[in-house]
Write a protein that binds this ligand. Sequence first.
Ligand code: GUN
Length: 310
Amino acid sequence: MAVSDIGEADLAMVIDGRKIADELIETVKLEAAKLKSSTGTTPGIAVVIVGEDPASQVYVRSKGNKAEECGFKSVTHTLPENTSQPDLLKLIADLNADNSIHGILVQLPLPDHIAEGEVIQAIAPEKDVDGFHFVNVGRLTTGEVEQAFVPCTPAGSMVLLRKALGKSDFSGMNAVVVGRSNIVGKPIASLLLASNATVTIAHSRTSDLPGLCRTADILVAAVGRPEMIKADWVKPGACIIDVGINRIDAPERGEGKKRLVGDVAYEECAKVAGSITPVPGGVGPMTIAMLMANTLTGACRAAGVEPPQF
Ligand code: GUN
């Protein structure tokens, strides 16, 4: 049957990231209140932004607002574009030493004169809620996930996958991750492997990408190419997690207007897949929710309390 012959009834289940993120935030609020009443510890997060990139400012503001909604202590350090690397490292050292702070996030990208890697490695691993420090990367890739901070977007994607598939063990399933970034592709591949999936990481040098994607029971798109993945790349019934957030021209909405699309051609792929995340409203809301979950986890560990599982 051609894709166009498939009716409405055959559309994929839409994985509602907003609803699942809201539920997760409710759990974080509840657990944060319990932690406070049992130990006196209030989770604390510090977000650091250098420069005036408007998109980064929006992200940072929404992280601060969500932390306050969760009942956390939330501090934002907004530093000028010309901040020196030693000054930024001094701030991180102060936050590392501050017992009221359990999570430190330095918003990326940083200005060109600052070595991003050096800044990330200066964050204490036990406060690295982004999960970018070598210690946390090492814990994740060696299977010590319980001790790690897992990067927020991959961690949130796994929550969506477990909900969509109704299980947490992916034995016998083929997973294809398109994209090999340190922030998404590599860590989500580690998480899928830890969940017993058979994992392939594909990228711009992969041959026959459509053919490889067609083998995937779980297809994760994290390349930053608008609507790259087409319906004939999708195995019927597959679960698609679209991590892409691309802003494209939308002349149909008026002159100069833009709209958000993922890395997956949603309308056509939804006719073949079993379940799929929309953009917006899929993985995006989960990222910030997992940041709150990671901060709570850091606070629980600091207080000597077993953190909740998310
Ligand atoms: N910029 C874009 N995504 C991220 C992220 O996950 N963490 C940080 N720190 N900066 C980002």
